[in-house]
Design a protein around this ligand. Structure first.
Ligand SMILES: [Fe+2]
Ligand SMILES: [Fe+2]
Length: 306
């Protein structure tokens, strides 16, 4: 079984995010932000990513949020269209939202409208009270549990919060006997462990509670985005298990910071649960993604002592 994880594409179309809309409804800072991002996050890199993923015999693709920049309807429509480049279809492609997809409160229903099929909970796993999150998708031995951390945050802040109710439900899912023996992957936008989790302005406010859930209920792998870095940490699972918590760079970044250059990771999971990783990075001379040594990317090697 092979899983591809990418994150934070921050797709941008000048058509999608018309300047007139921005000036009417947003502030000058938004225009600055988009101009800055447009220089560093490139659509052609996303197109190369989709081509590469399609050639790597991937069973399931996971994207951990920040699809858009300022959560405009035009951005969501543009981004959803680009996700069609993957051969995987809604059944084998799971996408959760990031803080940029809730840049304004209106982004949350827009996310559901455009990306709802890519995070649809399987029949039989719906929440009786109609709650949308966590989402649960089981594909053979693979179970993908998607969380949302997205809330509109004040200017210059980008923190996330899972929230008590969602945490309770996440624990129920992870401990559900129907998932016994499956490979449980939790997808969450903000880093829930490691040195970035406690950051006040852009961390995960309830990361300690998340760690408690993992310690009690376990998971095989936790994937996140948000920091645009290759981050690797661990959380304690039940009975001495160590649960890897991995972040990845933005899938579209080709700006000046080499450590942030676009990358994605493939996890190959053997019958015994043994997992091997491959890192693939964008190479601007060939305009394709190529295999990279894991160690080239920034590896903090931090095991969170939570
Ligand atoms: Fe991001
Ligand atoms: Fe983010």
């Amino acid at each position: 079984m092979r899983i591809a994880h990418f994150s934070d594409p921050h797709l941008l179309s000048i058509d999608g995010a018309r300047l007139r809309d921005l000036l009417n409804k947003r502030w000058l800072g938004v225009v600055n932000l988009l101009t800055h991002r447009a220089r560093e996050h490139k659509l052609h890199v996303f197109e190369a990513l989709a081509r590469d993923v399609n050639e790597q015999s991937i069973d399931h693709v996971i994207c951990t949020g920040d699809i858009t920049n300022v959560a405009l309807r035009g951005e969501f429509a543009f981004a959803r269209d680009k996700f069609e480049l993957f051969d995987h279809g809604a059944d084998r492609l799971t996408v959760i939202p990031g803080n940029h997809d809730a840049y304004v409160a209106a982004g949350i229903p827009l996310y559901e409208e455009f990306f709802g099929d890519l995070c649809a909970t399987d029949p039989g796993w719906e929440w009786p009270d109609g709650a949308a999150w966590p989402t649960v998708r089981v594909r053979g031995r693979l179970a993908v549990i998607g969380l949302t951390t997205s809330h509109p945050t004040p200017w210059f802040q980008a923190w996330g919060r899972i929230g008590d109710e969602q945490l309770v439900r996440a624990e129920q899912v992870l401990a559900d006997e129907r998932l016994a023996g499956t490979y449980r992957v939790v997808a969450v936008h903000h880093p829930p462990a490691g040195p970035y989790a406690p950051k006040k302005r852009h961390g995960l406010r309830d990361y300690e509670r998340f760690a408690e859930v993992i310690e009690r209920a376990g998971a095989e792998l936790v994937l996140h985005g948000h920091e645009h870095r290759d981050l690797r940490a661990e959380l304690a699972g039940p009975a001495g298990a160590r649960v890897p918590v991995h972040g990845i760079q933005s899938a579209t970044y080709v700006g000046p910071r080499e450590s942030h250059r676009a990358r994605y990771r493939i996890y190959s999971i053997g019958a015994d649960g043994e997992t091997t990783m491959e890192l693939r990075g964008f190479d601007s001379s060939s305009q394709t993604f190529r295999p990279e040594e894991q160690g080239l990317a920034r590896d903090l090697g931090v095991a969170a002592s939570l």
